[in-house]
Design a protein around this ligand. Sequence first.
Ligand code: NAP
Length: 278
Amino acid sequence: MNETTAPLVRLNSGTAMPKIGLGTYQIADAEVADVIRQAARLGYRLIDTAASYGNERGVGLGVRSAGAPREDFFVVSKVRGADHGYGPTMRALEASLDRMRLDYLDLLLIHWPLPGQGFYVDTWRAMARLRADGRVKSIGVSNFTPAHLDRLEAETGIVPAVNQIQLNPRITQDQGRTYAAEKGIVVQSWGPLSHGASLLAEPVIRNLAERHGKTPGQIVLRWHLDLDLVPLPKTVHTQRLATNIDVFDFRLSSAEHAQIAQLAGTQIPMDPDIHHEY
Ligand SMILES: NC(=O)c1ccc[n+]([C@@H]2O[C@H](COP(=O)([O-])OP(=O)(O)OC[C@H]3O[C@@H](n4cnc5c(N)ncnc54)[C@H](OP(=O)(O)O)[C@@H]3O)[C@@H](O)[C@H]2O)c1
């Protein structure tokens, strides 16, 4: 096992979460355990999956067979749209744990708010119960806007530990980040590399990579860390797994951040008020 795991950030639940994680969206169930074992050897401890990714079985197998104690991992999964509501959420979490063959999750998120369906507050109440029962250590949300977060807090008094949102130098989510900072919510970035090729080929990113002697991916991931975001890059390639986590020995200057800021607004984010996920 690699001794150099990522530094930690403290959540409002009191537990600590690694500052970078492995995304597993679109990694096949049969493949993901092997990717997690490789990632664990390179220092990854935060693993992000979701019921809707269809790979929870493989994620659980990867965590159980990676050679580090279960309590060293930080395993995240998400409640899908079809399971919103109090009873369905209680059952969905048990089904996720059964598939993973784990006793608890470190973090359970509401995958999308689905405001048109109207059940995210009931879903949230079930998650608070699951946390009280010790089935999940922390609870949070994904793709929630400040308006959705205001409603959760107004109706339940419980502020999420994490909001996982689409975020990268093209989609900077200024309002969401400011809101989270005020409320003590840690922001995880999904699509942190904007899915790879086009962001990493931007001249500003390539020039900074050359200046720092880093890869374009490392420049973008360092951008997230400098903004106190927790990126969840996905890759199935050993070399990329290695470089994506090797980002804790440099920083970008404020002038370099100003250069990257020219990319803001060059990608249209998904709209949580209308996106329908099942
Ligand atoms: N909450 C949500 O609604 C939501 C939505 C989407 C995603 N997510 C989570 O966030 C994670 C990350 O998002 P994402 O997978 O959509 O996008 P991403 O991590 O921004 O990009 C992944 C893509 O970039 C490539 N890549 C990774 N590292 C690279 C590097 N160093 N250089 C060049 N290319 C590289 C990968 O290809 P290879 O695999 O071929 O290397 C893959 O095609 C997901 O896996 C999932 O866990 C959450």
